[in-house]
Design a protein around this ligand. Structure first.
Ligand SMILES: O=C(O)CCC(=O)C(=O)O
Length: 267
């Protein structure tokens, strides 16, 4: 039985931090043993990915976006149905939220600074105005993230301004990129509109960062989806089936696109 670590007031203040700054971090939230098992299972997936489509280099040199298969160890309700994370996410993107993405971002030795970007366009670009949140990334690393192995860098408050305005204020020095170092087990919840970038990994060890996407029920991002094996459906909780309700059901996880669909990622 999954339980909350945080009380309502604490949940509310995490949600408030995301609304104000664009992100919050839940320290030591997931079990390192679980994440170590993910890291081991992920290593061959990364290798296959690099062999298959490494030449596309769409995330920058030596940096890869890899979708995780919805199977063990990654199809883990203790992670994607975490009570605290769902409670915070519901305050931000609604009680009827959906889970729409299960993937990883991994810089390796030889990676570089990315262009500063957001992960979603504004809903109403012609107004120049931002809205309440509609898409969240729940990020957690599969190793400790230090200043040496490519910390994610983000900027407070830029999710509520246009990209142009955010870049202008960065240029003026009013807003600065902040590296987010993390321990294995820490979880970041962020509004994907915040201006951010990946940074170089100067070490020999890959730095996988998982991304679970939760969004408003009406948002469709054709770039991402989770293929749910039909045989797994009966094993899911009612809540999991609800969270995953708009994802494609497949007969086999082998029936997947030749290359990652999510190639164009920066807005
Ligand atoms: O992995 C990271 O630290 C950031 C990657 C990123 O922002 C992206 O590829 O969109």
């Amino acid at each position: 039985m999954m339980t909350n670590r945080y009380n309502n007031q604490q949940i509310e203040s995490f949600a408030q931090a995301v609304l104000k700054d664009g992100h919050c971090v839940l320290p030591n939230h997931f079990s390192p043993a679980t994440l170590n098992a993910w890291r081991e299972a992920f290593a061959p997936l990364l290798e296959e990915h690099i062999e298959r489509e490494g030449k596309l280099r769409n995330r920058g040199l030596n940096r890869y976006y890899v979708t995780l298969p919805f199977t063990a160890p990654f199809a883990d309700p203790s992670i994607y149905e975490d009570e605290d994370i769902l409670a915070i996410a519901k305050l931000l993107v609604g009680e009827d939220l959906v889970m729409c993405q299960l993937a990883t971002d991994t810089p390796l030795l030889g990676s570089d600074y990315q262009e500063v970007h957001r992960d979603a366009p504004p809903l109403f670009p012609e107004t120049g105005m931002e809205t309440p949140p509609f898409q969240l990334a729940v990020n957690f690393p599969l190793v400790d993230v230090t200043l040496e192995n490519g910390p994610f860098e983000t900027t407070p408050g830029t999710h509520m301004m246009s990209k142009e305005e955010g870049l202008r204020r960065m240029e003026l020095g009013e807003i600065k990129l902040e590296p987010i170092t993390m321990q294995l087990g820490d979880v970041m919840i962020r509004d994907v509109r915040g201006l951010h970038r990946g940074t170089p990994n100067y070490t020999q060890t890959p730095r996988p960062m998982v991304v679970i996407g939760y969004s408003r029920r009406w948002l469709f991002r054709p770039e991402v989806s989770i293929h749910i094996p039909r045989a797994a459906l009966d094993t899911l909780s009612e809540r999991a089936r609800y969270l995953l309700r708009f994802n494609p059901i497949v007969e086999s996880l082998e029936d997947k696109p030749e290359v990652e669909v999510y190639q164009s990622f920066a807005y």
